[in-house]
Write a new protein. Structure first.
Length: 327
């Protein structure tokens, strides 16, 4: 009998050691996991918060475990937390009781938003829900890379203005918005006078500097919510939202004069090369009812060439339709 008792005690001790070993192993896994792991009780109280969660949130485990509700920590409001809970019960995100790689944003301690991919599952004991565990994968680096790649795909690397490809995306959206809300939309098309001989004489590096100067002056002269594009070579477009042609003409003329002032500062270095100063010819058109982007662009382009034929360094207001002339 005594021997049996001793064997039982040894067996029980062995089970305890195995349990403690497995618990320690689990804790090490949670601690070393590169993704944030957050365990949540049925009432929303945080009961597990690993080191990755500390880095992701800016809070320490000591500050939040058994003290903070997940809704108050990560989300803008408790309504957001409840909406996530609704999703975990639905069939739409991996089946009832789980979420599978849902992309959302959470709040960092400093206040900025952090994009994450959330996977979560409900926890049950004896058939009764007792809480949940969530795995938060930080998407900040990926999102930053996506933004940088998109920026590279839609901008001119030399001037940092938008490129021709992006123009056709933006102008279609702005025309639809103009038609929907009855707001004016104007387009400025401009080209550099005497740029080719300047570029041929002084070289592409000096030519590139001129294009950068154009971009700088345009950014200074037009509004921050206007869209600036380098269409290619020395041709540029400015899309002026909620702007009638009278205001667009004033802004475009302000830009031309600004460029001339800036050019006067750099031109003395080139006088000995006997090159003509680079100037700008501009055409300005306002969207008319039923017009598409190609018609708007064509009218502004024709006005710009009219300015060139008149000697350049000037602005011409586009006709209201192709084939007509403005009085």
């Amino acid at each position: 009998m005594k021997l049996q008792s001793q064997q039982d005690n040894r067996q029980e001790s062995l089970h305890e050691e195995q349990f403690l070993a497995s618990k320690e192993y689990f804790q090490n896994l949670v601690s070393l996991c590169p993704d944030a792991i957050v365990g949540i009780a049925r009432d929303g109280t945080i009961i597990l918060f690993n080191e990755a969660a500390e880095r992701l949130s800016g809070f320490s485990a000591r500050e939040v475990i058994n003290r903070v509700n997940i809704g108050n920590l990560f989300y803008k409001s408790m309504d957001d937390a409840r909406e996530l809970k609704r999703k975990i019960y639905s069939d739409d995100y991996g089946g009832p009781g789980c979420l599978d790689e849902l992309e959302i944003e959470i709040r960092h301690r400093s206040g900025h938003r952090v994009p994450i991919r959330l996977s979560a599952t409900l926890l049950f004991e004896n058939g009764k829900e007792v809480g949940s565990v969530g795995f938060f994968h930080d998407l900040s680096l990926r999102k930053q890379m996506e933004r940088e790649l998109r920026q590279l795909s839609i901008t001119c690397s030399l001037t940092s203005l938008y490129n021709r490809r992006h123009f056709y995306c933006v102008v279609s959206d702005e025309i639809r918005r103009s038609e929907r809300y009855g707001r004016p939309l104007s387009l400025v098309y401009f080209d550099l006078d005497h740029f080719k001989p300047f570029n041929d004489t002084l070289g592409h590096q000096e030519g590139d500097n001129v294009l950068r100067l154009v971009a700088t002056c345009a950014s200074q002269s037009f509004r921050s919510h206007d869209h600036l594009f380098r269409m290619g070579g020395d041709e540029f477009v400015v899309l002026m939202v909620e702007t009638a042609i009278a205001r667009a003409v004033k802004a475009a003329e302000r830009f031309r004069l600004n460029f001339n002032r800036q050019w006067a500062k750099v031109m003395p270095a080139h006088k000995s090369n006997n090159v003509k100063p680079v100037t700008i010819s501009l055409g300005v058109a306002q969207l008319v009812e039923g017009e598409r982007h190609d018609g708007l662009l064509k009218r502004a382009d024709l006005a710009m060439y009219e300015a060139k034929r008149a000697g350049g360094d000037r602005l011409v207001r586009a006709a209201s339709s192709i084939g007509h002339h403005e009085p």
